[in-house]
Design a protein around this ligand. Structure first.
Ligand code: SAM
Length: 401
């Protein structure tokens, strides 16, 4: 096992345990967090943060301002969560190869393939391929046949159509990667590529990575919280041991922190999210008063673009779902203002929580890297693009020496 990865994993485990009170509770759902009392000067200092500074924190939580170091291990956080760039020169591909791909996806694919080495011979597969954009690009770049595994038949059909029209050697296969039948596609010289395979989908890939089934893996994981397990189960033996020793238990909801970033969301989406958050908080404060309750109550989120036009309508809609009634004389304006005040407090608390976002993500990636090392792979970690292109920019490159 490489000392490097294992040491870093151990240090990050310690950091996450020591800072658990800062990142484990979810500020949106808890009005008074323990650290706000235990670290009162920190909480008071945050109250003085202006809107512009707050926006800077949110845009780039890793570039924590140095005054936070008086209370939080800012330097260790930055050192332990840094991952170097791939180090490969970006390949320049004909722009027509990006036809039928959304612009951002094409840029991600270009960046991802720049760091991929295809050994010869190898049997190349894309895991959870969608329309096979990555598969087609790899096939053209390296003149190899690629099997693209995807469970949605409609995406496979579209993938096949694109492959034919672009004359690439890609076979789209409708396959649930969680099913046993996926093994028929794996063999000793398989090189599996996975770009943004979510939680259990990439866990499955790692679980299957035996010598008879895989030689190489190039994986950019994402959505760690999309998992069946309510509490995080480390993939590596080292992770299992350290979590047991340090009593580090991470719930599915806490795992969400690792992917909570709005850096790539357009301004109108951010505005709508902000409004939805304020309304939810405001409604909950009203509900708590009406129902004489002091706990936040989670309500199903409203799909994008389906928020009612006015706050009062939103409250009536939510109240109806809960079966509670809102008195006719309710001063909605007052509750909206309360929601705005509460929203600012949530954002301030998130400044601290989000300092731990990248360390948690890197810790999760290291657990995957160590699991692969334990299965005999040699593993390198790098970032394949800037976070503005996709915040899920860490790639694990693993091969059997
Ligand atoms: C986040 S998308 C990534 C798609 C593609 N790799 C890309 O980067 O454009 C995840 C893909 O996994 C597919 N998927 C979800 N569950 C799956 C399963 N059990 N087996 C195979 N594919 C699955 C989805 O349909 C979706 O196309």
């Amino acid at each position: 096992m490489s000392e490097n990865l294992a040491d870093r994993f151990d240090q990050l485990s310690q950091l996450l345990v020591e800072g658990a009170e800062f990142w484990q509770p979810v500020p949106f759902k808890t009005e008074q967090l323990a650290w706000q009392k235990n670290y009162r000067p920190l909480w008071q200092a945050l109250q003085r943060v202006g809107d512009e500074q707050l926006q800077r924190f949110e845009d780039d939580p890793e570039q924590a301002e140095s005054w936070l170091a008086a209370w939080l291990p800012v330097t260790a956080i930055q050192q332990l969560s840094g991952i170097p760039a791939t180090g490969q020169t970006a390949v320049s591909l004909p722009s027509t190869w990006g036809d039928h791909m959304p612009g951002r996806k094409w840029q991600q694919v270009c960046a991802f393939v720049s760091g991929v080495t295809i050994a010869s011979p190898s049997h190349v597969l894309e895991w959870c391929a969608g329309k096979g954009h990555l598969a087609r690009t790899i096939s053209r770049l390296h003149q190899v046949s690629v099997t693209a595994l995807e469970w949605q038949a409609s995406l496979c059909e579209e993938g096949e159509r694109l492959s034919r029209s672009q004359n690439t050697s890609v076979t789209a296969v409708t396959q649930d990667v969680l099913a046993d039948s996926v093994c028929q596609h794996l063999q000793a010289d398989s090189h599996v590529l996975a770009l943004h395979a979510c939680g259990d989908l990439h866990r499955r890939l790692i679980a299957l990575a035996t010598p008879e089934k895989m030689q190489r893996i190039t994986l950019a994981p994402c959505c760690y919280h999309l998992t069946e397990q309510p509490v995080y189960q480390p993939l590596s033996r080292r992770g299992q041991q350290i979590c047991a020793d340090l009593q580090l238990w991470i719930s599915r909801e806490q795992l969400r922190l690792a992917v909570q970033e709005t850096v790539t969301a357009p301004a109108y989406v951010r505005r709508q999210r902000r409004q939805a958050s304020i309304w939810r908080l405001a409604f909950d404060l009203l509900r708590q008063t009406l129902q004489q309750d002091s706990q936040y109550l989670s309500m199903p989120s409203i799909p994008y673009g389906q928020l009612p036009a006015a706050f009062a309508d939103f409250c009536l809609q939510q109240a109806e779902q809960l079966g509670c009634s809102i008195p006719g004389q309710t001063d909605f304006h007052h509750w909206l203002q309360q929601g705005e005040v509460r929203y600012r407090q949530v954002r301030l608390a998130e400044v601290v929580r989000h300092l731990y976002r990248r360390p948690l993500e890197v810790w999760l990636v290291l657990d995957r890297a160590l699991a692969l090392e334990e299965q005999g792979f040699s593993v390198a970690l790098s970032t394949f693009c800037a976070r503005e292109l996709t915040p899920r920019n860490i790639v694990l490159s693993a091969h059997r020496p």
